[in-house]
Design a protein around this ligand. Structure first.
Ligand code: SAH
Length: 363
């Protein structure tokens, strides 16, 4: 039993069943025992790989997108460039290197990193320290005085989600409880007040046993970014795996060493994520008077930004092995065969801005 399991059980004994959102928040973010707090989970030796860790091309194209978007919002002489959940800092490091020739962009940017993990902050310091970033561990610390360009790759999926299940009587909330053997188990309970306003507006009538996921945390984050963009101008770009239509689905998953396990297994030692409901988030942003761009598939986004041209360019001065690696990275990032880990179709890209006339690259 992990130390965190003990803590969770105590909380359940004290307060009754725990929402999946609170459970996931503790598993990932508990200050001492949370999954992200204690390790660097990326790469072959870790639990998963992300697009920027697969190839420098990903970050380079995002860099070009950032500089282009900054120009499109009028090239403000000071702006906050915020990355949410920067992981090892690879994406931002590749992005900023790719546009180092655009001096005004570099001079105007105030790099801000939203990160809770001390281990990953250290990694980010190594790669991004020269850009003098400011770290925030809390939404309230994000500067509100300048235009904001905010990006997040595989950030939203790391935020807690709650689950609801449809029964004859209506929606019930799935919560973590203790069974007769004092082991954690999932049960169905009346929907908590906090979750009620977040039940997604589905495109179809739910039927018995359908599961939907809702993430008040994702919305809280987007709300904060959208408020700044509304007041100061700016853009948000989020990339994640997920689905476009607002339909039911049980996507909560736990991964340890690249293999699936139960979300109740070894709390704090496995990664727990859920597919992002882009349909729901897009509707939320529109409701908040934002202009929504996309969602489009990651493959389409990267191809429109010119990833094939970049791959050919990189291949020109490469060894035979490097050329193979570039081709395989291209396929992994843009290919549509989800079963073999290709990300092009599974991952989606969505952006929001405050200017309905804005045409953003890639959409
Ligand atoms: N963007 C990176 C890492 C994605 S993993 C990449 O593409 O490789 C998720 C990241 O979000 C990690 O850096 C994790 O520590 C961070 N994170 C998770 N929950 C967070 C929260 N509530 N606030 C800030 N950062 C968080």
């Amino acid at each position: 039993m992990t130390a965190l399991e003990d803590i969770i059980k105590d909380k359940i004994r004290e307060n009754g069943p725990m929402s999946l959102g609170e459970y996931m928040g503790l598993c990932l973010g508990h200050l001492e025992h949370g999954y992200y707090m204690t390790r660097d989970p990326f790469g072959r030796s870790g639990d998963f790989t992300t697009a920027p860790e697969i190839s420098q091309m990903f970050g380079e194209l995002i860099g070009a997108w950032l500089a282009d978007s900054w120009m499109k919002i009028g090239a403000p002489s000071a702006f906050t460039l915020l990355e949410c959940g920067p992981g090892r800092g690879t994406l931002m490091s590749d992005a900023l290197r790719a546009v180092e020739g655009i001096v005004e962009f570099h001079e105007a940017m105030n790099l801000t990193l939203l990160e809770t993990s001390p281990v990953l902050k250290e990694a980010q310091k190594k790669l991004l320290g020269d850009y003098n970033p400011v770290w925030c561990s809390d939404l309230n610390q994000i500067p509100t005085n300048n235009p904001l360009i905010v990006i997040g790759n595989e950030f939203l999926d790391a935020l807690p989600v709650c689950q609801l299940i449809y029964r004859e009587t209506g929606w019930l909330e799935k919560m973590v409880n203790l069974d007769v053997n004092d082991t954690t188990c999932l049960g169905e309970f009346e929907v908590s007040e906090q979750l009620k306003p977040h039940i997604p507006n589905l495109l179809i009538e739910p039927k018995e046993g359908d599961i939907v996921e809702a993430s008040p945390e994702q919305k809280k984050h987007l709300q904060k970014f959208m408020n700044i963009v509304q007041k100061q101008g700016g853009i948000g770009l989020f990339i994640d795996y997920g689905f476009i239509h607002n339909v039911p689905g049980d996507t909560l998953q736990a991964v340890k060493n690249h293999a699936y396990c139960s979300v109740l297994d070894s709390p704090g030692e496995v990664d727990i994520t859920a597919h992002v409901n882009f349909g729901d988030l897009g509707a939320f942003a529109m409701q908040e008077n934002m202009t929504v761009h996309g969602p489009v598939s990651q493959g389409a986004f990267l191809k429109t930004l010119g990833i094939e041209v970049r791959a050919n360019h990189l291949s020109q001065n490469a060894t035979a092995q490097q050329r193979l690696d570039i081709q395989s990275a291209l396929k992994r990032l843009c290919g549509e065969d989800t079963k073999v880990g290709e990300m092009g179709q599974l991952f989606k890209v969505i952006a929001f801005s405050s200017d309905p006339k804005l045409e953003l690259a890639g959409f």
